[in-house]
Structure formats: C-alpha cells, structure tokens
Ligand binder design. Structure first.
Ligand code: SAH
Length: 259
C-alpha cells in the first residue's frame, strides 16, 4: 500500500526524481542536436557570425514546434504549425536575421510571428522585438512559449502586419516572414534611415526572391537579393487578399486581380 502510493502518486519522490532525470537527458539530447544543426545547416552554408550562431544555439526550437513533431525540430526544413502555417527552416531564419544585421541596441519589427521561434532568436541579438501575427491562435501560442522561456523583450500583437506597428516606429530592422507581391509602403515608412528590411517578394504566392532594403534617406532605398525562397503568403491590406471562397483550397489571389 505505502510503496505503491510512493511510486504511483504524481508527487511521489521516486517518480519525481525519475522525471527530473529523464527531462535532463532529453534537454541534453536536444542541445546536442541543436549544436549539430548550427554547424551543419548554418555555419557550413557560410553564415559564420559568432553572435548569430550563439543565439541559434541557445534557443530550444523543439519548444516552438507542435509536440508530435518535436523529434524533427532540428531537421533541415520548415515544419507545419497550427492554422496551416509553418515554422521556417532554421537556415532561412538565420539567413534573414544575418541580413538584417542586428545590433544589441536595435528595435526590431517582425511581421509573421508564427511560432515565435525567429523572434526568440532575434531577442538574443537586439534590445526589443515587436512581432505581429494575423492568426490570433498563433499569436497567443507564441506569446505563451516566449513567456515560458523567459524572452521578456518580445511583444506579440495580433493584427495585420502589412500595416506595421505605427505607434512604435521607426525600427532599426524589419523582418517579414511571409511572402508578398511587394514591400508594403507602411513598412518602408516605418524603417529608420539607416535601417534594414528583409522580406520574400514575388509576383505569385508560394515563390519569392528574398530581398533586403536599406533605407539610405527619406525616399532613398537600395535593394539587393539574397536568393530564391518559398514562404507562406503575406495576407493583408498591403499584401495578398485572401479569397474567402477559395480559402479551404489554400489558394490566394493578388489584390489587383480581385478588385
Ligand atoms: N517567423 C515564424 C514563421 C511563421 S510563417 C516562425 O519563426 O515560426 C509566417 C507567418 O506569417 C504565419 O504565421 C502567417 O499567419 C503570418 N502572416 C501572414 N500574413 C500576415 C500579416 N499580414 N500580418 C501578420 N502575420 C501574417
């Protein structure tokens, strides 16, 4: 009687010690996978900034993926999250953050918080991250994960990120994690002079060029391209319009086509 109560009860000392020990083993396994991922997927592809690599090495990606996909958290690709969205491939997250050239004092706007993973990595490289997500469920979940892990310098807002976050502008860097037909005007205007904006841009949803804008003056932007990528669509007033009739089929139309 006494023995079975000690072992079976959730607060039983043997069970608790076992669970604590098992958790430590799992955490250590994930840390090893993460170090491996940073070396093989990120550094080996040419991203070698020590601060960036340390930030990626520190963020437990397994906490930002759905529980049944944790075993795949360090695979070299995107993974599905709730609301039909994705957590981006680790290398692409690192590439975008590298291109945004974050400095420790920077204030950063992220559009498309999704799981909150990229915001967590950026929070280790900049002073403050303001992230916008159009799916309420994802915004709430991202907030919860970031809070639990102690990333106190990230704020997540539910809304249309194509309009930016005007009250908090200007930003030193803006990172857009969804693909739109062009860089939204409000985001250009909310970039500080000297600031960097990184975003996938393409004429069709699903295939984009990753572009980086540097704001050199009030109306002076320079642009360079960082390669071809495939992101989920940026849907909003200054992005793609969602066609409600086709929403279930996952198809989207350009705003200009539906107006
Ligand atoms: N950075 C994320 C990647 C998420 S995928 C991560 O690390 O997990 C892109 C996200 O952009 C999706 O969650 C999608 O819902 C969101 N999104 C699309 N259009 C948006 C908009 N107009 N405003 C805010 N979020 C948007």
């Amino acid at each position: 009687m006494v023995t079975s109560r000690r072992i079976a009860g959730p607060a039983g000392p043997l069970t608790r010690r076992y669970l604590v020990r098992r958790r430590r083993v799992v955490v250590a396994q994930f840390a090893r996978q993460r170090a491996h991922m940073v070396a093989r997927q990120i550094a080996a592809r040419g991203l070698t900034d020590a601060r960036l690599l340390a930030a990626v090495r520190a963020v437990p990606r397994e906490c930002f993926v759905p529980p049944h996909l944790r075993a795949f958290a360090y695979e070299d690709g995107p993974l599905p999250i709730a609301a039909g969205q994705t957590i981006s491939q680790p290398y692409i997250v690192a590439l975008m953050i590298d291109a945004a050239a974050l400095a420790p004092g920077d204030r950063v706007l992220e559009i498309g918080a999704g799981s909150g993973y990229a915001a967590a990595v950026m929070s280790r490289l900049a002073a403050e991250i303001l992230a916008v997500e159009r799916h309420a469920l994802l915004a709430e979940e991202a907030r919860r994960c970031l809070g639990r892990l102690g990333y106190g310098n990230v704020a997540v807002r539910h809304g249309d990120g194509t309009l930016g976050w005007p009250e908090a502008a200007p930003f030193d860097a803006i990172v857009v994690a969804a693909g739109g037909p062009e860089v939204p005007g409000p985001l250009r205007r909310q970039l500080r002079i000297g600031g960097r904006l990184v975003m996938p841009v393409g004429a069709r949803p699903g295939s984009q060029r990753l572009v980086r804008l540097l704001r050199r003056g009030e109306e002076d932007f320079s642009e360079d391209a960082l390669g071809l990528v495939s992101f989920v669509p940026l849907i909003g007033a200054e992005g793609w319009a969602e066609d409600p009739a086709r929403r279930d089929a996952g198809r989207y139309q350009a705003r200009s086509e539906v107006e």
